[in-house]
Write a protein that binds this ligand. Sequence first.
Ligand SMILES: *Cc1c(COP(=O)(O)O)cnc(C)c1O
Length: 407
Amino acid sequence: MISIPSGWYGRHDSQLTVGGIPVERLAARVGSTPFFAYDRELVNRRVASVRAALPGDVELSYAVKANPMPALLQHMSGLVDGFDVASAQEMRHALDTPGPASRISFAGPGKSAAELAQAVAAGVTIELESELEVERVRSASAAAGIPARVALRVNPDFVVRGSGMRLGGGPQQFGIDSERIPAVLAGLGGDEFDFQGFHVFAGSQNLRVDSICEAQRRTVELIVGFADAAPGPVRYLNIGGGFGIPYALRDRPLDLGPIGDNLARLVDGLVRPRLPEARIVVELGRYLVGEAGVYVTRVVDRKESRGKVFVVVDGGLHHQLAASGNFGQVIRRNYPIAVGNRMDDPPEETVTVVGCLCTPLDLLGDDVSLPKAGVGDLIVLFQAGAYGLTASPAAFLSHPAPAEVLV
Ligand SMILES: *Cc1c(COP(=O)(O)O)cnc(C)c1O
């Protein structure tokens, strides 16, 4: 059985509280289950802990694709220094927040001509992902008569070990290979470009302090080497992030202390002497919001089949794909789960929690030990604040969309 992040969510009268609200009352307020609830205070605390660990002059950017809920972005805009977006729609939602457009960076392969035109007009920083994209941004800038704020996304010549997902090193659809960077920089001198700097994002969901530190060091070493070839001073250095969160029993939470110390040494030793004008940015998605969200479902059926107890809930993989094991592609591990209205009851039985989809893949908790949950009880899945609803196949089986609330 997986324990719930301790000291994180509160309890009241045997109920889990989210945003201080007991979960039954929250369900009544939402009016239907299943739903996602994100806790502002937990987001605040998480951002504060990152700020406390990182050097004071390092900026923090939120990667919108982790959770693009517009209300959350509004809340985030008061906490972070910028947003990283990966589509025109994400860009519009980020532009709706009070922060300046210049603090929005637009990354991602395959940006369309329409997206690039919007990005140039908005004045966001376009992270150039290919040499063809350089030319398309040049055209978009010429057509608009506005210099495009640009940074080069670099595909580094190293691999970050320990990442759950790798987005850099070796052949990649992301970024421009580091060995091509000097040639590309030589072509950025025209009026069409307002050159800002560089972006490296080499991996995601990393729980290894040593490999995150090594990635930061190699990233900084790589980028300072490009400074002399740049068409102007380097004003922006986005070193990525990739900080992971624990999902399963064997995962240990990251210790940010040594990561912050490592970064402070790099900033003082390399970045400030070599790139004195650079804003240094760490960009995080999952780490800021993943643990601040829950997916709340209600038990609709309970059955025993040949000795195994199944608890059937009204949600499922169509809303929280990752908890089910991503269509069976990876070795499935249980996410933290609880009976949200029986938090003080001891575990009484081992059950399998399934969703309401007609596929055996719709598994939310396999052989988990829980207090006895009957029809009407609330089953809560944790670690649902990032890559939940918008990373799930919501149209699969045509159930209604769940509500999302920020409390
Ligand atoms: C997805 C993405 C992120 C966020 O990754 P997390 O693992 O959620 O922190 C950051 N930067 C870029 C460029 C991304 O594509």
